[in-house]
Design a protein around this ligand. Structure first.
Ligand SMILES: [Zn+2]
Length: 104
């Protein structure tokens, strides 16, 4: 993982566009690896992170035909929310009742 972010003027490491770039500096042993990127390309890396998350969760992004349900996992599974909140502190918990009421 990179350890610092700097700002510089140069070519984007992804699209080669010249301008203001954010430079991620990673320490690789004795040397440093610097990866410059423009704003547009760094925003696109968020898509890469989402893709990795899907892979980690074992979900192929193209295999599922219902992307809407995948984006809100909390709505479809109220039992999972209750499992988290059902701790020894709350016991029966009046908050659980409100959660149950909110779910359709
Ligand atoms: Zn770029």
């Amino acid at each position: 993982m990179f350890r610092e972010i700097g700002i510089a003027t140069g070519h984007c490491g992804f699209c080669r566009e010249y301008g203001t770039v954010a430079v991620l500096v990673a320490a690789l042993g004795e040397r440093e690896e610097k990866v410059p990127g423009c704003e547009r390309c760094w925003r696109a890396t968020g898509n890469a992170a989402n893709l990795l998350r899907l892979v980690r969760l074992g979900k192929s992004p193209k295999a599922k035909a219902t992307p809407k349900k995948n984006r809100k996992p909390g709505r479809g599974q109220p039992s999972a929310i209750q499992a988290h909140r059902d701790g020894p502190e709350h016991g029966e918990g009046s908050s659980l009742a409100s959660v149950a009421d909110a779910s359709p």
